[in-house]
Design a protein around this ligand. Structure first.
Ligand SMILES: [Zn+2]
Length: 260
């Protein structure tokens, strides 16, 4: 398998993978999204809420706050020895705010579990004079399979485009039409010839081939893919992919074990 990184920011990465299969790409996509354990706020106990925001809305907003946690330290409750929850399987927070002003994610205080808030400016509620919010919250480890708030990343892949143009078969008008109908500006005309300007932008929509019938063929390479990962948790995309590889390996080992 050959991998080439072509684009990368803080939370997003795009790369080309060669010598692999659609099923492998799909496994990586699904594991990276739904099988990496992520800590998120699950239970919220409202002690006081005189803000205009409903209790459930506050709880829902808190559930979406990305938390920075040590994945070596935390484990899912089912694997923990405790009965009622402990600092190895959950983290406790408190939040207290008084108006006038806004309450942000950064106002959460971690009481047990050594967890930090990744983005501290996520608005939770706006308070007028003499309005108040006080609550306790518990975060647990789970995966995107259970709830989207535990989802680690948004991942997708597409077949690498193969665009084959036969300029002899295309009229001048058809070439112009191909350039016009492409929604991603993949094609261009140079010296009266239809050419590929940027194949990476092609989404295999085939608007061009449908327009002219023949003379241009667009297909997806079944062994080469463009893969995108955007982390929506505290891990960076590289860590998301490392975790994905670890989990995939464990799953394969489990299958081999069961077969033998
Ligand atoms: Zn525990």
């Amino acid at each position: 398998m050959k991998i080439e990184k072509i684009d990368g920011e803080d939370k997003k990465v795009k790369f080309i993978v060669e010598d692999t299969s659609p099923s492998m790409m799909n496994a990586v996509r699904r594991i990276s999204m739904n099988h990496i354990p992520v800590l998120a706020i699950e239970d919220v106990g409202i002690i006081q809420n005189s803000s205009p925001v409903f209790d459930e809305t506050i709880a829902q907003r808190l559930g979406q706050v990305p938390l920075v946690f040590d994945s070596e330290k935390f484990d899912v409750k089912e694997n923990c020895d405790c009965e009622e929850g402990c600092s190895n399987c959950e983290a406790k927070f408190t939040l207290k705010g008084q108006g006038p002003g806004k309450i942000y994610s950064g106002d959460l205080t971690c009481e047990t579990g050594d967890v930090e808030i990744l983005y501290d400016k996520i608005p939770i509620a706006e308070l007028d004079d003499d309005q108040e919010v006080e609550l306790e919250a518990t975060a647990i480890i789970s995966t995107g399979k259970d709830h989207s708030k535990h989802q680690a990343a948004i991942s997708s892949y597409q077949y690498y485009p193969i665009i084959d143009i036969d300029n002899e078969e295309l009229t001048k008008k058809q070439k112009k039409k191909c350039v016009e109908v492409c929604p991603r500006e993949v094609l261009e005309i140079k010296n009266d010839k239809l050419k590929v300007k940027d194949e990476m932008k092609c989404t295999l929509c085939k608007e061009c081939t449908e327009e002219v019938g023949s003379g241009i063929v667009v297909a997806g390479d079944e062994e080469k893919f463009i893969f995108k990962v955007e982390s929506i948790c505290s891990l960076d995309p590289k860590e998301v992919l490392e975790k994905t590889a670890e989990i995939l390996e464990e799953k394969v080992e489990r299958v081999i074990e069961k077969l033998s």
